[in-house]
Ligand binder design. Structure first.
Ligand code: COS
Length: 378
């Protein structure tokens, strides 16, 4: 990916690479054990503007070239996938507003990001995960306000966000066309968060329930129009799936780097492991998956830049890269043998981190449904 972005972004790329190598990779290894929120690392990352990569210059952001942004997401995930997840999830919330929000909402959301806070995208509910249109959270118009009631779950950045994009039903009995999307600022009375989830992987990210109990917000916090919430969420997820593909590529690349370094050092049967063709083919398969994931994401970026549809391509990229990350992390453990299975070595974490990519922002099965729908017709 790095060769695709403009030369003027080279210095930024190198400085993010150094930061990820020196700070994120090392410190997040420890935070993975404790599950604590690594606030210092996030502060440093935000000082570098990593939460403003996609924010247009008009709203105070970096407005990076899309391929630069994707290359940086890969670097961040290679260092720690939970770290990259926090930024990707914030990007979901931001993009819902950039895609369909009013000028005022765009300014308000970006201002909150500028204050070094994350956004959170609150779509999922306990009975509405893959079936995203089945949410029960409601929003009732009351004069100049909407009053929101419901409970969202598995919300990344839920406990640390400065603003939320919340989907809620504004009309009953009309299916997904009764869903709307709202901008809700942290601290609004009636919005609270549940206990932080204790997760298998991406343990440096924050995940919790978001509860809306008679949460009253100004009517102008409606994103787009009433009834547009589902389509806004789907367009937002299309975009998010491309970032997910790059983050998964980061896990694949890290699996390669760790495996190669280990296999060059480790001697078995009188020669370094890497000299065995069976092992070098594993590395080759990982490299094919890393490169293909990147190219698929870069293709999506090119479609986005041209304003062309890319739902199918984003779903393809996400499913391929997520499966590739699981494959690569598992193969890395195989190469490390027994050492790969214990916490002191770096690769078991990669497997734990990789698994979520097959689940969040559209499971691999949902992504295949999207692809099949586009190929076969619905
Ligand atoms: N962009 C724009 N519009 C879209 C769209 C997209 N990517 N995907 C669907 N739509 C539109 C459809 O065109 C349809 O509009 P019309 O009624 O005007 O024709 C409407 O949305 C409903 O689409 P569909 O009938 O396909 O909706 P389904 O309820 O069958 O759901 C899936 C489709 C399964 C693809 C959707 O629910 C989904 O992506 N689920 C996964 C959600 C997810 O990723 N959750 C992760 C948690 S968030 S981190």
């Amino acid at each position: 990916m790095a060769y695709l972005f403009p030369e003027e972004d080279r210095d930024l790329y190198e400085s993010v690479k150094e930061f990820c190598e020196k700070e994120v990779k090392e410190q997040c290894k420890e935070f993975d054990k404790t599950g604590e929120w690594p606030s210092k690392i996030y502060d440093m990352a935000m000082d570098m503007g990593l939460h403003m990569m996609e924010v247009p210059e008009a709203y105070g952001g970096l407005e990076l070239n899309r391929t630069t942004n994707l290359a940086l997401v890969e670097l961040m995930a290679a260092a720690d996938a939970g770290f990259a997840t926090s930024f990707n999830a914030s990007s979901l919330a931001l993009n819902a507003i950039l895609i369909s929000g009013s000028e005022e909402l765009k300014h308000r959301a970006c201002k909150i990001l500028e204050e070094k806070k994350f956004g959170a995208f609150a779509l999922t509910e306990s009975d509405a995960g893959s079936d995203a249109g089945a949410g029960k959270t409601v929003a009732v118009r009351d004069g100049d306000s909407y009053v929101l009631n419901g409970r969202k779950c598995f919300i990344t950045n839920g406990g640390v966000a400065g603003f939320y994009v919340v989907t809620a039903m504004t009309k009953k009995g009309v299916g997904v066309s009764g869903m709307s999307a709202f901008f809700v600022e942290a601290g609004t009375p009636g919005l609270s968060t549940g206990a932080e989830e204790n997760k298998l992987g991406i343990r440096t990210s924050n995940t919790c329930d978001v509860v809306l109990d008679n949460c009253r917000i100004p009517a102008e916090n409606l994103i787009g129009k009433e009834g547009e919430g589902f389509k806004i969420a789907m367009k937002t997820l299309d975009h998010g799936r491309v970032l997910c593909a790059c983050a998964a590529a980061g896990i694949i690349q890290r699996s390669i780097d760790e495996s190669v370094a280990y296999a060059k050092e480790r001697i078995a049967f009188g020669k370094p492991l890497i000299k065995n063709q069976a092992l070098s083919f594993k590395i080759a398969d990982m490299a094919i998956k890393a490169e293909t994931s990147r190219q698929m994401a870069a293709h999506c970026a090119a479609l986005m830049d041209r304003g062309m549809p890319y739902s199918k391509e984003a779903a393809m990229a996400k499913a391929f890269a997520a499966d590739g990350a699981m494959f690569a992390a598992s193969e890395a453990i195989q190469i490390f043998g027994g050492y790969g299975y214990i916490h002191e070595y770096p690769v078991e974490k990669l497997l734990r981190d990789a698994k979520i990519f097959q689940i969040y922002e559209g499971t691999c099965e949902i992504c295949r449904m999207v692809v099949a729908g586009a190929v076969i017709g619905r």
